[in-house]
Design a binder for this molecule. Structure first.
Ligand code: 6CS
Ligand code: FE
Length: 326
């Protein structure tokens, strides 16, 4: 693998009360009565600004500036059909899957909203998670080996698919999962056409460089509500307006097979889907092996393994071959 000159993220360590060291919380959130806009301490692109294993220099520069990339024509028709077949098979099996903690239904209907930990439960999505086009893209940004912090299928079914309100993933992954630094990227692969009408992902360019410190105390077992409808750890209106006025709002549009790569702190959300056409995507969250989940910085019990890897950190070995029926 190409030797990657990595720029170390700054981990501030402080003495704890047991004579040891603890990692300082450089992104405090849900701790004060007033929202704050804090500066990002960490780099966005950790590698040198030159062509990488998968991303070009220009793509890395765009990611650095905007906080996301939308790439089309990455997967072949055959590969996309394989992924869509698996999406449909998992939906068919949803009856027996329902009740399992990794299967999340829509708040107002029995429709499937998300299935988590698909990199473990589905051979097809496990293979996709290791695909060298995705892993190398993540490594081109993070300059390190990576493990999967979280994976999920978001179905956003026709007529019933509810919104994902504005949020920074990192705010949750820092406060509730204990990721110390911003050295994490999400890679989403659209499994249906994502159009302006059916609830495509919206992202705020440049928002990854401001950390919105949110107000509010994290409820116990927050994930049981937040994965259906997130109400804590979401930014206040003034902060959102500030970010949107500064950077605008862009939609990640494209046919099935479009790849959206976004920084862990890029502000994003998506509207409800009242069209007849599902907006289904697979998401894989690649975290640097130097940024492993610690004790949650919100001083709350860690979230379960299906939402945040913590028991075993296994660096992903990139697979070069095309996606085929496993
Ligand atoms: O809480 C989480 O980890 C999940 N929630 C959202 C809305 N995005 C990130 C992640 O999938
Ligand atoms: Fe998110």
């Amino acid at each position: 693998m190409m030797k990657m000159e990595s720029i170390r993220s700054k981990q501030h360590q402080l003495p704890n009360d047991k004579g040891g060291l603890m990692i300082a919380d450089i992104y405090p959130s849900r701790k004060s009565a007033e929202p704050q806009i804090l500066l990002r301490h960490d780099p966005v692109v950790y590698t040198e600004m030159q062509d990488g294993m998968f991303l070009s220099r220009e793509q890395k520069q765009e990611f650095e500036e905007k906080g996301f990339l939308v790439l089309k024509n990455i997967f072949s028709e055959v590969e996309i059909r394989l992924l869509q077949q698996e999406l449909s098979d998992l939906r068919q099996r949803s009856k027996e899957l329902k009740g399992r903690e990794e299967v999340i239904s829509e708040p107002n209907s029995g429709e499937i909203r998300s299935i988590f930990k698909i990199h473990d439960s589905s051979p097809v999505f496990s293979r996709l998670a290791r695909d060298s086009r995705l892993v190398h893209a993540a490594q081109d940004i993070l300059a390190d080996e990576v493990y999967i912090h979280q994976s999920r299928l978001n179905y956003k079914p026709g007529f019933e698919g509810k919104e994902f309100y504005w949020h920074s993933d990192f705010e949750t992954w820092h406060v509730e999962d204990g990721l110390p630094n911003m050295r994490t990227v999400s890679i989403s692969i659209t499994l249906t056409d994502n159009t302006p009408q059916n609830g495509a992902l919206m992202l705020i360019p440049g928002s990854h460089k401001d950390f919105i410190s949110c107000v509010g105390e994290t409820p116990e077992d927050h994930y049981k509500e937040s994965l259906k409808k997130q109400e804590y750890g979401v930014p206040d209106h003034d902060s959102l307006e500030y970010l949107a006025n500064k950077g605008g709002i862009e939609q990640a549009l494209g046919p099935a097979g479009t790849v959206v790569i976004f920084d862990c702190n890029t502000m994003h959300g998506s509207n409800s889907n009242i069209t007849p056409y599902a907006r289904s995507n697979a998401f894989f969250v690649y975290n640097s092996m130097q940024n492993k989940a610690q004790a949650p910085f919100g001083n709350i019990p860690p979230r379960p393994e299906f939402v945040a890897t913590r028991e075993k950190f296994v660096a992903v070995r990139p697979e070069e071959r095309p996606l085929l029926k496993t």
